[in-house]
Design a protein around this ligand. Sequence first.
Ligand SMILES: Cc1cc2nc3c(=O)[nH]c(=O)nc-3n(C[C@H](O)[C@H](O)[C@H](O)COP(=O)(O)O)c2cc1C
Length: 180
Amino acid sequence: MIDLCIFGSPRKNHNTMKLVNAIKSDIEKINLVDKRVKPCRGCLACYKDGHCIIKDDFDEIIKKVEMADRLVIASPVYFNSVSGILKNFIDRLQSQYAKKVILGQEIKGKDIFIVMSAGSNLSDDIKKSIEVQLNLVVKVLGGKEPNCFFMENLDNVSFDNQISNWKQKNDIIFKLFSIS
Ligand SMILES: Cc1cc2nc3c(=O)[nH]c(=O)nc-3n(C[C@H](O)[C@H](O)[C@H](O)COP(=O)(O)O)c2cc1C
């Protein structure tokens, strides 16, 4: 079972990282902040063969993503969405869209979990809107339904003061990750 985390917080040791580590401390993480992932140019060259022509770290990352059986995509909530570094990576997934939808190639199925930390309490509308955005990402990467897990209100209640309640409320993710 290959587990991988695409880590989209620019802060490596704060709320989002603590949350990922609480779920599976030894999961391999790709810290997007350390990688060179340039913005999608919208050239659609990937429609030819499913590969992005931009020369940077995306190719190496997507190879690992393709091989994973379980993928965690982690981000802080920024302006009711994902972080900029994660959005940049997501736009580059147009090459995966090309593979799957335009070229009809098989994409290995996987379980995908979205893990996000937020400073405030998020309304149901905001959570729904994030889920809708990430639903397409999950489908393009070979996942089924987006499993979204939010730790909220971190501006007021610290991670350490929330984690035990959060674990109880979100025990499904721990059950799934105890299987290896
Ligand atoms: C640029 C920026 C935008 C943010 N936007 C939101 C937001 O829209 N809603 C929210 O609840 N928290 C927002 N926050 C707070 C972060 O989501 C929160 O502090 C998160 O836990 C940070 O994760 P980190 O500790 O991994 O950096 C924002 C923080 C920053 C820096």
